[in-house]
Write a protein that binds this ligand. Structure first.
Ligand SMILES: [Zn+2]
Length: 306
């Protein structure tokens, strides 16, 4: 899930476009604003394709069409970077087409925690989910608990990493060491799309800093355009600055209701430095509230019952 979906109907630059990042590695930017879709990555192996993120069912179908245009090799693996609907609710669309859905074990555990409630809510608001007539999201068919999990053939090596709890407890990264490509899911986004409800906000920068130990030239985020390693640094700094600013407000005796009052449209008195403004948008008041709860309750936000 990403914050700020549907806040505008403006056509998002790059949405639906397929971009070649390195030989055999394609990036498809999902239309977040109109369709709620995540980005997808298609990786060509010797005999098959790997797709990063199952997307919503409608996004799964669009990515499947894109994969067919790119190559006649079958999609063998679809990696869920985390459990959110825009990254995993298309699982059954892919398995029906013969693919194996793959994830870090934390994705299945998050589904056990939050489902089928969220699926049932999505089925009411999204025809692509409702039309499947399934009672719950399909969990990944194959999971790993040791990081990295590696797929490799004569043509390429693909590593799947888990670095800890940032956006969700299941955050998986996909790394291509030869091509220096890193797919981050929503642990790193390019734009004001950070969704913090299921997050461990205090731990988030540490997870991104761990990913920065890899040699990276191309960063393919869960939402927003592709970029370079500056996205990793910026994303880690945004979470650090958010946490710091909220902590300062708490320590100076401010009240949550004055810092981020529950009004529509949401506002906040918290401001963040200019060097993280790429990540600052309409979701900042909500992110401030989530961070406030996490700090004052001394519990990762995703563990606080709501
Ligand atoms: Zn998400």
């Amino acid at each position: 899930m990403a914050a700020a979906a549907f806040f505008t109907t403006r056509t998002q630059a790059g949405a639906g476009e397929i971009k070649l990042i390195a030989p055999g590695v394609w990036f498809r930017e999902g239309d977040l604003q109109n369709l709620g879709h995540s980005n997808n990555i298609i990786i060509e192996m010797k005999d098959y394709l790997i797709v990063v993120d199952a997307n919503f069912p409608s996004g799964a179908r669009l990515t499947m069409e894109a994969a067919k245009r790119i190559s006649d090799k079958p999609v063998k693996y679809v990696f869920d970077t985390h459990h959110h609907g825009d990254h995993a609710y298309g699982n059954s669309v892919w398995t029906k087409a013969g693919a194996t859905t793959l994830a870090y074990i934390g994705v299945t555990e998050e589904m056990k925690r939050f489902e089928p409630n969220r699926w049932q809510a999505a089925a009411k608001s999204r025809p692509d989910v409702g039309d499947l007539h399934e009672p719950a999201p399909e969990p990944p068919t194959q999971t790993f608990d040791k990081s990295p999990f590696v797929l490799k053939d004569g043509s390429r090596e693909v590593r799947f990493y888990f670095y800890g709890w940032a956006h969700t407890r299941g955050d998986g990264f996909v790394y291509l060491p030869k091509e220096k490509v890193l797919c981050t899911g929503d642990a790193v986004v390019n734009g004001p799309y950070n969704y913090t409800a299921d997050a461990n906000i205090g731990n988030w920068p540490k997870v991104v800093r761990s990913a920065q130990t890899l040699t990276v030239e191309h960063v393919l985020p869960g939402h927003g355009p592709s970029g370079g390693p500056e996205l990793l640094d910026g994303q880690a700094r945004f979470m650090t600055e958010l946490h710091k600013a909220v902590e300062v407000a708490i320590k100076s005796g401010r009240k949550l209701e004055e810092v981020a009052p529950k009004v529509v449209p949401a506002t906040t008195t918290i401001t963040l430095p200019n060097n993280v403004k790429n990540w600052v948008g309409p979701s900042l008041p909500g992110q401030v509230r989530d961070t406030w709860e996490e700090i004052t309750q001394k519990t990762p936000h995703g563990d606080i019952p709501h």
